[in-house]
Design a protein around this ligand. Structure first.
Ligand SMILES: Cc1cc2nc3c(=O)[nH]c(=O)nc-3n(C[C@H](O)[C@H](O)[C@H](O)COP(=O)(O)O)c2cc1C
Length: 369
């Protein structure tokens, strides 16, 4: 009770601030231990085992909150089953001019055009080295510098730099805020990228003594042919999973906050739920039942999280819904998810995965790139 009051007061205070400043304050609060941990009691039905990793629950914090790997342990203490840090680029870069992050409060959404602002590989390596040996699943999301001469090489460098620290890697080629980055989703470019990145991952396997799973994070704005290509290359190259999806360039006309909709950048949160879930289900139908998928986009409560699983996901991530729901929302979400599973007679997430894949997959995607 005291925690939920504190949570709601903190949220009100943060919402009075500029969104990016509020984000910096939130990371600082986590760093200094000002936010109380609230590690939830484990729910056996929610545990997920994938790639030899034991996820205590399927809810991960999506990339973009902890861009420099400064607070992964604090995020895990809040109840997340995994923390994905990044996107991290080889060199530090400032990102786009401010303001570059906008709240659409009445739509429970955010538009951002941060542009991979981050402190670079070295700073993140130092943070991760300082926590080495601690338990918890940490995904490392790698990207390319805006001014890089060889963006593909930037991803290769990322895999080399973080193989000692990553529970899994995410190759993020789907940010809309680095001009031309999404072109890496085109068939030949993707084939070349995944070939080189997987070669490096395999070289690192010998050195670190385990194979670090490699996931590809895609945009929700691909059309059917684009999805065909990405899924075909992903399967041919043998990656370990896909994350669907990043933010969208769409600007749905029914939203309340029409003023902010004029801002360029990626839209996340509630209005992304349907689109990203349709994309997830379409990917599931293309890759078959076994490839692990992570469903992201518009998750904000137990119902939306379970729907991602029903649509075909093994794991779920959220960011914007967590901003609106409050830092301490994860344990109650997990409790409700476990209760809902029990009500429906399921004993594990495997029992419900795929239940609604067809229903989502038949719906149309918009073709905006
Ligand atoms: C402010 C902000 C920054 C983000 N930065 C990144 C990033 O650096 N790398 C990345 O892969 N995704 C990034 N994302 C996308 C999220 O990881 C996620 O894919 C997307 O927001 C959809 O999930 P959501 O609706 O739960 O927010 C960012 C999202 C937001 C809102």
């Amino acid at each position: 009770m005291a925690n939920s009051m504190l949570d709601s007061l903190t949220r009100k205070a943060l919402f009075a601030l500029d969104p990016e400043f509020a984000h910096t304050m939130a990371v600082t609060a986590l760093k200094t231990g000002l936010v109380p941990g609230c590690r939830p009691k484990p729910h056996a039905a929610l545990a997920v085992r994938l790639w030899d990793l034991d996820f205590p629950n399927p809810l991960g914090v999506a990339a973009g909150f902890d861009k420099n790997a400064e607070v992964p342990d604090a995020l895990l203490r809040l109840g997340f089953g995994a923390a994905e840090v990044g996107t991290i680029t080889p060199l530090a870069q400032p990102g786009n001019p401010k303001p570059r992050m906008f709240r659409l409060v009445d739509d429970e959404a955010v538009i951002n055009r941060l542009g991979f602002n981050n402190k670079g590989h070295l700073a993140a390596q130092q943070s991760l080295a300082a926590r080495k040996g601690r338990p918890g699943i940490i995904g490392i999301n790698v990207g390319a510098n805006k001014d890089s001469d060889d963006r593909t090489e930037d991803y290769v460098t990322g895999v080399k730099a973080f193989a000692d620290y990553a529970s899994y890697f995410t190759v993020n080629i789907s940010s809309p805020n680095t001009p031309g980055l999404r072109d890496l989703q085109a068939r030949d470019a993707l084939d070349n990228l995944l070939g080189r990145v997987l070669d490096e991952r395999n070289r690192q396997t010998e050195r670190v003594g385990r194979t670090v799973p490699l996931l590809l994070k895609i945009a929700p704005d691909l059309d059917e042919l684009g999805l065909d290509d990405v899924c075909a290359v992903a399967l041919e190259r043998g990656i370990d999973g896909m994350i669907v999806s990043n933010t969208t360039l769409d600007r749905p006309s029914h939203l309340h906050c029409q003023d902010q909709l004029k801002e360029t950048g990626g839209l996340s949160g509630a209005p992304l739920f349907a689109k990203s879930t349709i994309a997830l289900a379409k990917v599931r139908e293309r890759v078959g039942p076994d490839l692990p998928l992570v469903g992201v986009g518009g998750v904000r409560d137990a119902g939306t999280a379970l729907e991602k699983i029903r649509a075909g996901a093994h794991l779920v991530q959220l960011y914007t819904g967590w901003i609106y729901g409050g830092a301490l929302m994860i344990p109650s979400m997990l409790k409700e998810m476990a209760a809902e599973l029990q009500r429906s007679g399921a004993t594990s997430l495997d029992d419900i995965r795929g239940e609604t894949t067809r229903d989502w997959a038949v719906q149309p995607l918009s073709s905006k790139k």
